[in-house]
Design a protein around this ligand. Structure first.
Ligand SMILES: Nc1nc2c(ncn2[C@@H]2O[C@H](COP(=O)(O)OP(=O)(O)OP(=O)(O)O)[C@@H](O)[C@H]2O)c(=O)[nH]1
Ligand SMILES: [Mg+2]
Length: 413
């Protein structure tokens, strides 16, 4: 019998780099780097070291200062000497062509930035034609202004630029043209997909449309699966969902449509968000948004702001919205001593107090659940039913026969 030897797949290692600036304090930078590390893991790389530098702003030449760059180089060399290869260095902000070229020249390893890492994950995750087309277009958008760098790389390998200058430039021009024509083809395809989707949406009938939106990894797909009894891929990784899934849901005797969408993240260039237009149409055209928040995340308030800002960017702000605070099972806080009268801070506010604060702020348009432990799920469904019914009666005042077509089990009769 043939024997199979199972060898472990080699995991690429990475070093990550971020800045501490007057606008981004140490705590914030740590959180950004935690997130960047999570992104790297999702893409399949293991982070072996992080570097930070305190500066006024990113250097236009090499992002970090030359001393810090030398330190990173030294680290890579030391690792190499100990037969541990550093596969890549990932920077927390988007790098321009000049920074990329200089850093690459100095460090001689693969250089990524937050955007290209996210694009890589998107490419890995894309499954539907829509998602694949959107990701490819976004990748070219990122690549186009950075094309020249590939040719500088080649020059270095061949030693100097003499003799290569002419053909290299022509080649660059050719590449640029090929990419531009590919991009217009992809845009055309997306336009066709959009037209199809508009028709599909028109055929869906007179039903209220609800969209789950939120930061990545907050539990949108888990909630979708619970409510719609569907099987949407949910996982503790970033961007598990890239395309929209829409399901008809019946709560009580009321049918409506529920859509699960791509998660948002910090520092995502608007350009990239634009590429996801088809996916985001579901959000734009929704009658009600369920903004899901991971309350156990130390930075959930900033995540709320990022989502609100992205919604405004895609013209989906000012819609009826319910904030769904999820993962209450994982919420932790440091309890204050009973005689401690200082006002509660972010770290020591109890779940009860936090709930009260947000209910007052959102005029009760918020709900607290644990999708994992199914806590408050029935209450959540009741609230959703009430809200959807209200919207339904408002939008389709003459179409209440719909309510009679389903029995209490949600079966069509
Ligand atoms: N502790 C806890 N974990 C949860 C809860 N709900 C979801 N999760 C976990 O959170 C992770 C992310 O869940 P998903 O449903 O994939 O999140 P998502 O918002 O769809 O993420 P993306 O599609 O990547 O944007 C998974 O590991 C879930 O099991 C919850 O109530 N409590
Ligand atoms: Mg998801």
């Amino acid at each position: 019998m043939k024997e199979f030897v199972i060898t472990e797949a080699k995991v690429e290692t990475a070093v990550i780099v971020g800045l501490i600036t007057p606008r981004q304090d140490e705590r914030k930078t740590k959180e950004y780097l935690d997130e960047l590390e999570f992104l790297a893991e999702t893409a399949g790389a293991k982070v072996v070291r992080r570097f930070t530098q305190r500066v006024n702003g990113a250097s236009g030449v090499t992002y970090v200062g030359s001393g810090k760059l030398a330190e990173i180089k030294e680290f890579i060399k030391n690792e190499e000497d100990n037969e541990r290869e550093v596969g890549m260095v990932i920077f927390d902000d988007e790098l321009n062509i000049k920074q990329l070229r200089n850093i690459e020249k100095e460090l001689q390893v693969k250089i990524l930035d937050r955007t290209s890492l996210i694009l890589d994950i998107f490419a890995m995750r894309a499954q539907t034609v829509t998602a694949k087309t959107q990701v490819e277009l976004a990748q070219y958008k990122y690549m186009l202004p950075r094309l020249q760098r590939l040719w500088t790389h080649l020059e270095r390998q061949r030693g100097g630029s003499v003799g290569l200058r002419g053909p290299g430039e022509t080649q660059l021009e050719m590449d640029r043209r090929i990419i531009l024509s590919r991009m217009s083809l992809l845009k055309q395809r997306l336009k066709e997909i959009d037209t199809q989707k508009v028709t599909q949406r028109k055929n869906r009938g007179r039903l209220i449309r609800v969209a789950l939106v939120g930061y990545t990894n907050v539990g949108k797909s888990t909630i979708m699966n619970l409510i719609a009894k569907s099987e949407v891929f949910a996982e503790n990784k970033l961007f598990a969902t890239l395309d929209t899934t829409v399901r008809k849901v019946i709560i009580g005797n009321l049918p409506f449509l529920l859509g699960d969408t791509v998660g948002f993240i910090r520092k995502l260039p608007t350009d990239l968000v634009d590429s996801f237009k088809s996916t985001l149409d579901e959000v734009r055209e929704a009658d009600l948004l369920l903004h899901v928040v991971d309350i156990s995340h130390p930075d959930f308030e900033e995540q709320i702001n990022v989502v609100d800002k992205t919604l405004a960017d895609i013209d989906a702000a000012n819609k009826p919205t319910i904030i769904v605070f999820n993962k209450i099972d994982a919420y932790t806080w440091v309890e204050k001593e009973p005689d401690d009268l200082t006002p509660p801070t972010k770290d020591n506010i109890s779940l009860d107090d936090l709930m009260k604060t947000w209910m007052a702020k959102m005029h009760d348009n918020c709900f607290f659940i644990s999708a994992k432990e199914q806590t408050n799920l029935q209450g959540f469904k009741d609230m959703l039913y009430k809200k959807v019914k209200e919207l339904h009666v408002q939008k389709y005042p003459y179409n209440d026969f719909l309510f009679q077509n389903y029995n209490d089990e949600g079966e069509e009769i």
